[in-house]
Design a protein around this ligand. Structure first.
Ligand SMILES: [Zn+2]
Length: 304
């Protein structure tokens, strides 16, 4: 099973965050009962809406099963950032996410060799499932940050479609490569130290590298979680904003710095364990329907 997942992740490695670590939470009966018969495929609907809903900002549901009301667009270019792949129209998030990305980009711009950040996918204008690329990023609280240090922040629209980020890994993610720098660690540490952040996903070799080089306070390492892919970008996930009662947080990461767990991931990459003969294949998952989303998502979809 682990092998199967690893192979699947490899195949999707160039697609951004194909395997984001977020199992859809169970919806409450109350949430399901309001829309229980709408079997339209949600990604087709949310993937087609060009702008945010004219509603108060709110995240509805969970990171991998939800939508966002009142999304805010990250401006395509700022003093310290550029949004990439503008054709995808995924530079939308809750106000807290937009503020966080701007703040982190200002910190990144203080690092040698970094003019700021290249920002990958946030969410669609109204969040929800996507036609391509992600399971999570559905409620305007997830952001992909490119590993490529920006040398310029005047990329044209075409350049933003065509240039690629760079990989930071070798040995299939067991180790960082020569493109990894102390500045990457500083930026990840700044992100993980931000109280708005719940988790950061990055390839296992990067987490172990940071475990080995971190000095002093190590508490920030707890939020940095090893995961498949995530060597061209890292993924930041924010906590549900205060008072957002319909937003479903994940359980917090386990206590401790998580370094032993990350080392086990690395060991399993270097010496893959034999497949479990008793493993059962994961059940096939159909696409998320409107009935499978919180009831408020129909209102988000239909709002002006
Ligand atoms: Zn992501």
């Amino acid at each position: 099973m682990v092998r199967f997942i690893a192979v699947a992740a490899l195949l999707g490695a160039l697609a951004a965050c194909n395997s984001d670590n977020a199992d859809p939470p169970q919806l409450t009966q109350a949430a399901l009962s309001t829309q229980s018969t709408d079997n339209r495929v949600a990604k087709n609907l949310f993937g087609a809406v060009p702008a945010a809903s004219n509603q108060a900002p709110q995240a509805h549901g969970g990171y991998a099963r939800g939508c966002q009301a009142g999304g805010v667009q990250l401006p395509e270019t700022g003093q310290t950032w550029q949004a990439m792949r503008l054709s995808r129209n995924r530079n939308w998030g809750q106000p807290e996410l937009i503020d966080f990305v701007k703040d982190l980009s200002r910190f990144a711009a203080t690092q040698p060799g970094w003019e700021g950040l290249y920002v990958g996918d946030l969410s669609q204008p109204r969040g929800g499932p996507m036609l391509t690329g992600h399971r999570s990023h559905q409620i305007g609280l997830d952001a992909d940050i490119w590993m490529l240090p920006p040398k310029r922040l005047d990329l044209t629209r075409d350049e933003r479609e065509n240039i690629s980020s760079i990989s930071m890994r070798r040995n299939n993610g067991a180790y960082t490569n020569s493109s990894w720098t102390p500045q990457h660690e500083a930026i990840l540490k700044a992100a993980a130290s931000d109280p708005r952040v719940a988790r950061i996903f990055v390839f296992p070799g990067a987490k172990v590298a940071m475990c080995n080089s971190a000095t002093g306070d190590r508490s920030w390492l707890r939020k940095i979680r090893p995961w498949y892919g995530h060597h061209y970008h890292f993924h930041v996930r924010l906590n549900c904003p205060a008072g957002d009662s319909n937003c479903q947080d994940q359980a917090p990461p386990p206590a401790g710095d998580g370094c032993a767990d990350a080392q086990k991931w690395v060991n399993d990459i270097l010496n893959p364990p034999p497949p479990d003969p008793n493993a059962t294949p994961a059940p096939a998952r159909g696409p998320i329907t409107m009935a499978g989303l919180p009831g408020q998502c129909s209102q988000v979809l239909n709002a002006n």
